[in-house]
Design a protein around this ligand. Sequence first.
Ligand code: HEM
Length: 145
Amino acid sequence: HWTAEEKAAISSVWKQVNVESDGQEALARLLIVYPWTQRYFSSFGDLSSPAAICANAKVRAHGKKVLSALGAGANHLDDIKGNFADLSKLHADTLHVDPNNFLLLANCLVIVLARKLGAAFNPQVHAAWEKFLAVSTAALSRNYH
Ligand code: HEM
């Protein structure tokens, strides 16, 4: 269910992603813009201000993990459900993360990439990337019951 143009757009965006710095920025924005998401990260130490969140090494390391997992999805567009099956179970059964939060993180990532890529993140590229994030977050939400 991907057109050749969508595949090309997703892979060209993915090639420009830096999993560490972009992951850090997306996760930091999630925690700052939607502060109730901080409740899941009580083991991460100081999240008491935007500056503390941006300087937090655990936020950086975790942002890298999350974006690396998303990258595995970008490289397996024809089996996104399979790619996220174990992570869906983990977030549902073990972490009890409200799946609405996946969409909030996806929004943060779009803003990070739009700022970084500028004009290259044109409406067609944006649409393809949004579809990729929608399919990925749906796959992550699959094991909630
Ligand atoms: C852990 C991916 C969204 C909360 C993880 C891990 C990955 C991951 C790869 C590490 C799993 C492991 O260690 O085996 C993703 C992806 C997301 C996403 C791809 C969406 C695109 C979220 C959101 C929240 C969240 C929105 C909460 C607001 C957590 C927590 C952990 C975790 C609390 C465990 C952290 C720790 O204690 O080390 N996630 N995640 N995740 N995720 Fe997510």
